[in-house]
Design a protein around this ligand. Structure first.
Ligand SMILES: [Cu+2]
Length: 164
């Protein structure tokens, strides 16, 4: 009998430990999923809340690739609906992030040039395509929007958002 109750005690302890590990695990796993998206520049916007619209045109020509405008200023907490339009002849993307994350991401894109983006903080647009991104800037600082298709950033496809 003592032996049997010992086994029961151990299996109950194991069950409790597993249940505890599971309940504790939920939080960090969820938090990690958010960090995994690396939303350094804020967070996805809420369409039910007010926002300001900013149109950004992506274009390309001989030796030049640009965003117009390539600098915008926003207030901390403000929501911006980016209306993106690709008027160029090539596919372009718009990824809003910290300079650091874009630089890291750029290295990955050089290894996988066909990597597609359709994330809350980034879109890839084919020529003549339009897209929207609703974004809330929750932190002050200077953030970057960039096209990380190999060669595009170097040709001028980058811009900044100054959050005050
Ligand atoms: Cu581009």
């Amino acid at each position: 009998m003592p032996r049997k109750s010992g086994v029961v005690a151990i299996s109950l302890a194991a069950f409790l430990a597993a249940a505890l590990a599971l309940s504790q695990g939920m939080g960090p796993i969820r938090a990690f999923a958010h960090q995994g998206h690396a939303f350094a520049a804020g967070e996805p916007g809420d369409p039910k809340k007010p926002f300001r619209t900013v149109e950004i045109t992506m274009s390309d020509g001989p030796g030049t690739m640009t965003y117009s405008p390539d600098k915008i200023e926003v207030r901390k907490g403000e929501q911006i609906k980016f209306m993106l339009k690709n008027t160029g002849h090539l596919a372009h993307e718009f990824l809003i992030d910290s300079f650091e994350n874009n630089a890291k991401h750029k290295v990955e894109m050089e290894k996988n040039p066909d990597m597609e983006h359709d994330d809350p903080n980034g879109k890839r647009l084919e020529p003549k395509q339009s897209a929207e991104i609703l974004w809330r800037f929750t932190k002050t600082g200077t953030f970057e929007f960039a096209c990380l298709i190999p060669g595009h950033y170097e040709t001028g496809m980058k811009g900044v958002v100054v959050v005050k």
